[in-house]
Write a protein that binds this ligand. Structure first.
Ligand code: GLC
Length: 423
């Protein structure tokens, strides 16, 4: 038996493998028990084959704000066993800064491959804290077949969308589709509603709540108008149940053929085109409408980044994993499995990507010009700011407040959070 040991060691060296004793087990965030499974498994296979380490998964809730509080607990406990590589929302990078490993020297060579605004978002005080995974910007999905049937064009403004949705909802119900709705979006009080609210406000030129210099700008009539417009949809062209919808609930209604318009992120497209989808081949995508003719097409900037926990016990292996996650093949696999818009620019010229989502290439500009939530100017106080944003949206949508009252209250609340300055 003794003779076998050196032989195995030599074989391992020849194969470039690490001796078994040094194989580490890493934990990466990936929801392997859901539709992401093939992607999680692809990553596991590559990582284990290429590094001889083991990979396990950490499953997380879908809502960004719920995920954030779990990570904040893990980080407060400096827990090095809970996670090595995590997925960080575009709005958290500054906030989680001190809990994320400095990746500057390990990944800076990757910069030219990514969208510049996404890449820059991950730099805090000159240090790279994450590598982009996917880019997100709000989009409006519509039923091509129904707009054609009723001889309507994709609407350019919220006013037009409201008119068309009212008309087609009534006609489809009259034709026997009793559960048909004009428009579904994210109306639950969580981070996703904050994204929709920002689009309504910004599309009427009502600003970003807080400007890049940290000034609170929300208390203005244009912002109030955007909120009032959204409130007018609930119970008319949108079901009251929209007040409990996250992204996936909106998609379920739209994909079932029960809605004309849906506000969502890029991922939803591929799922609506699955063979089992009742709306396969019937879906168009357009920019978020403007608030009136003088408004702008405002898409909230979203997206996720891969980062390494500063408490990881295996930082070198974790960096290897991040580099696998960020490479061309993995980015494409992720798109094919999840439909998430790739963060690598070259993916948009890939024939397979173009064939699956022909509209994506046109959305490159929308990604590049998307409206950021005020996470940078409000610094570590952004989670509180975000709660004020989505709670105000919820109050207006549910009829407890009006646009005018809400923007005045939001201003007061934000002033209290800010104090003398954002910190
Ligand atoms: C998407 C976006 C993310 C946002 C979240 C809200 O995942 O990428 O930035 O916070 O939706 O639900």
């Amino acid at each position: 038996m003794k003779k076998l040991i050196p032989t195995t060691a030599i074989a391992a060296l020849l194969l470039g493998a690490l001796p078994a004793a040094q194989a580490d087990t890493l934990k990466m965030e990936c929801n392997v028990s859901g539709p992401m499974k093939p992607y999680c498994e692809y990553v596991k296979q590559r990582f284990e084959y290429e590094t001889q380490h083991k990979l396990e998964f950490l499953e997380m809730p879908a809502a960004s704000d719920e995920k954030l509080s779990i990570y904040q607990q893990i980080f407060a406990a400096k827990d090095g066993n809970a996670v090595d590589v995590l997925s960080v929302d575009v709005i958290w990078v500054g906030l989680l800064d001190k809990h994320l490993l400095d990746l500057t020297d390990k990944v800076k060579d990757l910069e030219p491959h990514f969208f510049p605004n996404n890449w820059k978002n991950n730099i805090v005080d000159g240090r790279i804290k994450g590598v982009p995974n996917n880019v997100d910007a709000g989009m409006m999905y519509y039923r091509k077949d129904l707009l054609e049937k009723y001889k309507e064009q994709p609407p350019k403004t919220w006013e037009e969308l409201t008119r068309i949705a009212t008309k087609i909802q009534q006609a489809e119900r009259g034709a026997g589709q009793k559960n048909f709705w004009g428009f579904v979006f994210q109306g639950k009080a969580y981070e996703g509603l904050g994204c929709d609210v920002l689009e309504w406000v910004a599309s009427y030129n009502g600003g970003n709540f807080v400007d890049p210099q940290g000034n609170i700008t929300i208390n203005n009539p244009k912002a109030a108008k955007g909120l009032n417009m959204a409130a007018s949809w609930v119970g008319t062209i949108a079901p009251k149940g929209v007040l409990g919808y996250q992204e996936e609930e909106s998609r379920a209604v739209f994909q079932n053929g029960d809605a004309l318009f849906m506000r969502n992120w890029p991922y939803a497209y591929l799922l609506t085109q699955a063979d089992s989808s009742p709306v396969k081949g019937k879906v168009g995508v357009m920019p978020i409408p403007k608030g009136g003719d003088d408004g702008i097409h405002a898409a909230t900037l979203g997206g996720w980044q891969w980062a390494v926990s500063a408490y990881s016990k295996n930082p070198d292996a974790a960096v290897k994993l991040v580099r696998i996650l960020a490479d061309e093949k993995t980015q494409k696999t992720k798109f094919m499995v999840t439909g998430e818009a790739p963060a690598r620019v070259a993916a948009y010229a890939d024939p397979d990507v173009q064939a699956k989502a022909p509209h994506l290439a046109q959305f490159k500009d929308v990604f590049a010009n998307a409206v950021p939530r005020p996470s940078t100017p409000t610094r570590s106080q952004f989670p509180k700011v975000s709660k004020v944003m989505f709670n105000a949206g919820y109050d207006v949508l549910s009829g407890r407040s009006t646009g005018e009252k809400a923007v005045a209250e939001v201003e007061e609340r934000l002033k209290r959070i800010k104090g003398r300055e954002w910190k």
